[in-house]
Design a protein. Sequence first.
Length: 146
Amino acid sequence: MKRLMLLLVVLLIGVNASLAQSASAAPGQPYAIEYYYKTKWGHADEFLKLFKKNHYPLLKKEVEMGRMVKVWMDQPRYHITEDGRWDYRVTIVFKNSTVANEPFEEDALKKQLWPDQAAYEREEQRRFEILDAHWDLPVKTLDLEK
């Protein structure tokens, strides 16, 4: 029960932070969100393989559609402390904050890209099973010349 309450509090904080960020984002301007993935020890390569196979094509399709402007992945060059460790950071630049926060129906794209939905769902389940943590962080660029 405590875990459920903690999860609910974390989700509410995340939603409030996202809404606050989207409210302060300049209308019509690109809007970036960083997605962090921390894998269980020894599973980073497996996660990357599954991500490239089952999630990256979906993101690329959304870039082609114009919903997103750009997608890229970063990896730390060196190791860091365990409490702050992340293995992969995916940055998605959306067309604007409205597009980033509106519901988007991905099911049709998923069925188009992966006709074998059972295999796709198994592999996506595995991709999240091997994670220790995942978090999303809306970011804004500061103009240091102003």
